[in-house]
Design a binder for this molecule. Structure first.
Ligand code: ADP
Length: 583
């Protein structure tokens, strides 16, 4: 019942459509029931030879008129009821997407994209079917079913009872088969998405496949997935192949009963030949409502299960959210402080112990902090706490003296320009990707930012320049080029805090140096917090911390750390030698 609340607003909003749809459906049912009445009249008239061609023509026109009206009202209910189900699906899909977007990165650590896609396709489809076809099948089962039986009983009660003996088999059979059909439809869909994914992944990795000469192996793997898809399709075909003959068998059984018993009654003149023919027609009209009875409970059960699943997602709240009286930030000065911060990722993922322990950092507004440490030491995690991608539970992070958990998240984030370690590009043009935060900016602003990110010359060497379409995830760009797009994007954002996660990890030494120069000049008056595995990039920092297993093990200026002779000094020395070799 609770889950119904999800669709209630749409049903209330579309109530007029639903009412018109149901009314049209009932009119169609009623008109369908009229046809056997007309045929009965015609046959009865014919059997006593009291009919002229004019009357027959009138009967013919009546049937034609009823046929046209059925067509019109059928269009009406399809538009209204199936339309309603599509509108509800659309509304739920939009709501689902915008709700998922509000959830924190922590949530996405625990679910797979495949799961989310299944909700977005299967669950929404089940709900749509339950509302659209569910409503139609339910109405037809009740209205058309009982009216047809009523009309048959009006002709002859005993004959009706005999005719209905196979009915329970049709209902139970439809229920049995529709359950299996649905399960197989699900499997076919699943196998189809596996197949698409298998092919997509191999095209994405085509270079690797060629380099390792794995073509025939990969062809075999795709063939295997393809085989599974065909096997489940064949299983579905078998079920469908058995279902329809079975249904036809039971309805023919009823026809045989009518033919024999009804025929006898016609001979003994208990019923007229017209009644006999009408009875046959009602029987054929009854087939669909009987099947619908079996089908509808399935449709509704599935729809309800899907609604419950969606409700559980809607009941998930973001871990990171504004507190009720969250404080406005405005433009921050940019002082950042970590006070005794320890951090552990959720239980569902990652290592068991804390990823960060007892971190104390103090960066003054306009200060520059460098972070170094071996891979996995917690650099990225530390940076991600500042824009509150995750919230700390032990200790606190402060912006200009305010605990960031008390600030409005949107305003906090608009004070931060963030360059993540893995730059993500959307499948648009380079221009769109750079102007992500400022779509209306002029070219005059775009070019200097790109120039400082050492990107301008590269871009202008492309035939289409800034209008070059970068493809899925920026596939046509190299890792370093993508990094520079992300950097230009951050330079475009006039924020007092600049956070950079290893921004020169994928560029050559020279470009790296140029980028660091640009960061230095761009960062005048801004607070910069930058992690880098290349230590020479951080020499200009006011202070550098060195992390190991999530703890600060060294801290000081470049000179102090060199003098201390620890991890920093060793790594710096090694990288200098390496760079000298590469130069
Ligand atoms: P670094 O940036 O120094 O390479 P990270 O902050 O990326 O280090 O990772 C620190 C530790 O946290 C690693 O052990 C890593 O496995 C773990 N970790 C990183 N991201 C997640 C996540 N989203 N969920 C769980 N554990 C994570």
């Amino acid at each position: 019942m609770k889950a119904l609340r999800l669709i209630k607003p749409y049903l209330v909003e579309l109530r007029l459509f639903i009412a018109i749809g149901l009314l049209s459906l009932m009119i169609v049912d009623f008109l369908q029931l009229m046809i056997p009445r007309i045929i009965k009249q015609a046959v009865d008239d014919l059997s006593v030879f009291t009919v002229g061609w004019r009357t027959l023509l009138i009967y013919g026109f009546e049937i034609l008129l009823v046929g046209i009206l059925i067509g019109c009202f059928r269009y009406g209910w399809r538009r209204c009821l199936i339309g309603t189900s599509r509108r509800v699906e659309e509304g739920l899909r939009n709501r689902l997407f915008s709700h998922l977007q509000t959830l924190s990165p922590g949530y996405f650590d625990t679910v797979t994209t495949g799961d989310l896609m299944a909700h977005a396709t299967n669950d929404l489809m089940n709900i749509r079917m339950a509302i659209g076809m569910g409503l139609v099948a339910l109405t037809d089962a009740i209205v058309l079913g009982s009216a047809a039986v009523g009309f048959m009983a009006y002709i002859d009660v005993r004959l009706t009872i005999f005719t209905l003996i196979p009915a329970p088999f049709v209902i139970v059979g439809a229920r049995f088969f529709s359950k299996r059909m649905h399960r197989l439809y699900g499997r076919v869909q699943g196998d189809f998405s596996d197949l698409t994914e298998a092919v997509r992944e191999r095209f994405a990795g085509i270079r690797l496949i060629k380099a390792h000469r794995r073509e025939s192996l990969e062809t075999e793997k795709v063939a295997e997935v393809s085989r599974r898809y065909i096997t489940s399709n064949l299983a579905l075909a078998k079920i469908l192949g058995a279902f329809f003959p079975m249904m036809i068998f039971f309805t023919n059984l009823s026809s045989a009963v009518v033919l024999y018993l009804g025929g006898k009654q016609t001979i003994t003149a208990d019923i007229t030949p017209g009644d006999f023919v009408a009875f046959m027609s009602y029987l054929s009209l009854l087939t669909w409502p009987m099947m619908a009875m079996g089908w509808v409970s399935n449709l509704i059960q599935r729809g309800k299960a899907s609604l419950d699943r969606l409700q559980r997602i809607f009941d998930t709240y973001p871990d990171v959210a504004d507190i009720p009286d969250a404080r406005s930030v405005g433009r921050a000065r940019g002082g950042i402080e970590f006070r005794n911060v320890s951090f552990t990722y959720g239980r569902a993922s990652g290592p068991n112990g804390p990823v960060l322990s007892e971190i104390d950092i103090h960066v003054k507004p306009g200060g520059i902090l460098g972070i170094v440490g071996p891979p996995g030491s917690g650099k990225t995690t530390l940076l991600s706490l500042i824009p509150r991608l995750y919230d700390v539970k032990e200790g606190g992070v402060f912006l200009d003296g305010h605990d960031i958990r008390s600030l409005k998240i949107g305003e906090l984030r608009s004070n931060i320009a963030f360059v993540p370690q893995e730059p993500f590009l959307f499948a648009g043009t380079i221009r769109d990707n750079i102007l992500l935060n400022n779509p209306n900016s002029a070219v005059s602003e775009l070019v200097p930012a790109a120039r400082e990110a050492c990107l301008h010359d590269t871009v202008t060497s492309f035939p289409k320049g800034y209008d070059t379409v970068v493809g899925e995830k920026g596939i046509i760009l190299s890792g370093g080029q993508k990094q520079r797009v992300a950097l230009a994007r951050a330079f475009m954002k006039e924020a007092p805090l600049l956070i950079l996660d290893d921004p020169i990890s994928q560029v050559d030494t020279q470009t790296g140096e140029a980028i660091i120069q640009a960061i230095r000049s761009r960062s005048r008056g801004k607070t910069v917090i930058m992690a880098s595995h290349r230590l020479s990039a951080l020499t200009f920092a006011d202070r550098i911390i060195s992390l190991k297993n999530g703890r600060i093990v060294e801290s000081g200026t470049h000179e102090e750390l060199i003098a201390a002779g620890g991890y920093y000094a060793d790594t710096y020395g090694m990288q200098e030698i390496e760079e000298a070799f590469n130069a």
